[in-house]
Design a protein around this ligand. Sequence first.
Ligand SMILES: [Zn+2]
Length: 449
Amino acid sequence: MNWESLQNEAILHLQNLIRINTTNPPGNEIEAVRYLSEILKKEGVSFQIFEPSPGRGNLVARLKGNGQKSPLLLTSHLDVVPADASFWKYHPFSGDLQEGCVWGRGAVDMKQMTAMELTILLAIKREGVACSRDIIFAAVADEEAGCRWGSQWLVANKPELFNAEYALNEVGGFSLYVDGADDQVFYPIGVAERGVCWLKLTAEGKPGHGSIPHEDQANVKMAEAVSQLGRCSFPLHENEVVSQFIRAMAAAQKFPRKQILKLLLRSPFNRWVLNYLIPPKNRAQFRALLSNTASPTILRAGTKINVIPSKAELEVDGRILAGQTVASFLNELTEMVGVELNKEILCEHEPNVISEYDNDFYQLLTQTVKKHDNKALPVPYMCPGFTDAAYFSTLGIKCYGFAPVRLDRGLSFSDLFHGHNERIPVKGFLFGLKVLMDVVGEWCQSCFH
Ligand SMILES: [Zn+2]
């Protein structure tokens, strides 16, 4: 194996994938699937393509092992969120290598992972020796719009292709620099995700003429509900993954930050600590880790300036903490909103991704990161949103958010993720490639390890 040429190959795949515009909507992931399929065909790796809706391409490949152990799934999504080129230093679909970084939409979310996984698959294939387990490579559509034409469809229609024990996926494995903890680099590893409850709330009232305001107005009721949601006063809940994450952060801090973080976990002060002692720039992040949340995102009401409407609608992006349920979320929401509103659930799934973090596989992830970064402190992490893991985990696959990358101090993963000027430092990308290669090599006992 020539490490130098593999590195170059991985960078080129990343650039080429970024250059294929898979903005969702419409997605058009089939173009990226064609790119991958041509490479796999040339190298003799067998694969299948699924296009459940025109343009929405998914590719699933399998490198056969000797069958001694259960398969490993390497997955990524091919779609990206929209990018407005006028805010970017280099064009979002240029894939340019400038200033030591590859630039473009998907550079960290998550074409870097597709490129790494592809390169590793090819490297193992070229050895010509069977691993101890099959490696499944999945590149899927539609994650950014809720997974309907990607992992959700594949899990419902082709579950037999995903007989894996463990999966590696996004949101985790990145370096996280924490103020006040200069000697350590945190590496959150995704072991849990929040669930979803997207809702439509409707307020009803009496219609009337705008010149004679009365006291039963739909808009006013809805405004009260929105204002209550804006207070973000969902109860805080204890959650083992989050507690461990916060305790690890606290341990790396000095007085008084150390004590403040610890108090976040201790009722009955936690809400007060969150609201008054945590700096505003970090508050929303902590809140999303410690409670259910509900963002009022779409408001619809009224059609004419002099008519009091009898109906107002609000769409709410509700997220459910690991360990909570749709029912407990709805109870909390009802109590918080206060006014009587109709509720219609538009989309829901319980928080179902909670993978163990005391097993050999998780150990391997943490040890490999530490081997390559002696300041690394891997910590279990709960993703505040959801990913394809929400669907793959329904098949019993233990999914980990582990797309390794070491960013430079000053570059934050959460700013790059869906942000303007999304980019990945080449050095950090190659660090990730090496980490991932070691993990896969060790776990699958490939001879390149
Ligand atoms: Zn993503």
